[in-house]
Design a protein around this ligand. Sequence first.
Ligand code: AMP
Length: 546
Amino acid sequence: MFGLMQDRPLMIASIIRHAARHHGTAEIVSRGVDGSIHRQNYIALEARARRLVRVLQQLGVQPSGRVATLAWNGYRHVELYYAISGMGAVCHTVNPRLTPDDIAYIVNDAADVAIFADLTFVPLLAAVAPLLNGSVRAVVMLCSRAEMPDLPLPGGIALLCYEDLMAAADENFDWPEFDERTAAALCYTSGTTGKPKGVLYSHRSTVLHAMAVNGASVMGLRPDDRAMPIVPMFHVNAWGMAYSAIAAGASLVMPGRHLDGASVASLMNAERVTFSAGVPTVWLALLHHLRASGERLNTVKRLAIGGSACPPSLIEAFEREYGVIVEHAWGMTECSPLGVYNTYRSDIGDTPEAKLAWRAKQGQAIFGLDQRIIDDEGRVLPHDGVTAGNLQICGNWVCSAYYGQEPGSACDAEGWFTTGDVATIDQHGQMLITDRSKDVIKSGGEWISSIELENLALLHPDVAEAAVVAAEHPKWTERPLLVVVPKAGHEIDPEAVLAVLRGKVANWWLPDAVVVDTDLPHTATGKVSKLRLRQKYRGYLVERGV
Ligand code: AMP
């Protein structure tokens, strides 16, 4: 056929090349481990990324070779993202909150040839290094010569200094073009069921995801934005923001390791942050800090919240008390990660109740991705906003097979990927997650949504965190048990929490027990670990004869 359009490969390096040419004065602001602030504009970022390719070449990194990072959100980590993928190798971000055993398993499984690590992780590296099986030849510390730590490593693994290597290298490198289906980045799922599994992103999937995320009805960043990814670069590429923000010419403000409410608020105000993204736990902490200190958010307009269900009370509080719009988002490692995003539209009604009802759902599928729900027999279920089913997705940034597995093996015959989430979808395509399939509570054969109960429990003024799990029950098989953590200095009367729930859900949904605990267990990605909570409370009702 004559007259077709050009066909240029979608390359990750084109993002920084574009940013250096068109948004050269936009900057990455990084807060170091010691609280110091470092600034670097996108011209310098692109030049340093080219210099870093020369370093990688000297270290013997080959195209398609895997290079691990153990690092917080900061400029050197961004340099690694672009240099590693830009030379055709694979940037493997490792989650430092995993155990040394899991980290060693992941690094060995990926056969990483080098690990680039922040100084905070020296003790972790000391624990991991003896468990490595020979692929890693260098540990490069992301620091200057003066900051180099004392870290004994097994024979065959060199300890090197990032800034020394950079100073000795040149920038003589042109970003190559190659097949856009080449692997660019690798991220392991948190492994709550069995061993962690690798998800391998391609240049094509990464660029398409970045373009989709920059759409006006998604994060929609612009050059005037100063975006702060609180979600770590080791958790699904900071939701793609290290690509999408730079492609849009927005500046990046990188918070480093201090993510408590006071640190986040002060950096947001000092660096005039307009947009930020992270999991609900971080925003709950920020909200508590703001309320307790009286501090305001001077420039933040929008917060994207996802990774776990965002309680409507949090959405409402940020808007009413601080004028900040919360945009709920859903995604997963296997989906690069964003699949669904919640943007308010005025035609659904502009009463506060209508707005909140819309915003409380996870959102609509981002253009480029499709979603549906099926029952346990694989029958497609209606999008009526009531029927709940197993959520499936497909699209160009959805995993087709886990790392090292047969192409297509993660999907069904029609190419749908089953997410493991249970959801409803309404006539607008608005999706609401009601549970993780393995967290679902089945009482007498009927499903009870743990998320809905948790959201209601958070309406009680003294509740800081809430989680509902299934506990064994002699008659109903399972019944919901609510665990609540009080706010600092407050006490909780379980009856008062139940009173908040009463009348808002069917009576048979009411938890059989409300337990006050001092803390909830969290996973390496900051989510409540329902697995560990279930283990703790599984027999609670039976033992007490509730
Ligand atoms: P991960 O791969 O670690 O990012 O975890 C993905 C899982 O997090 C999803 O399958 C959901 O169970 C959960 N998740 C992500 N975003 C949300 C959200 N907005 N509401 C409820 N659950 C979410």
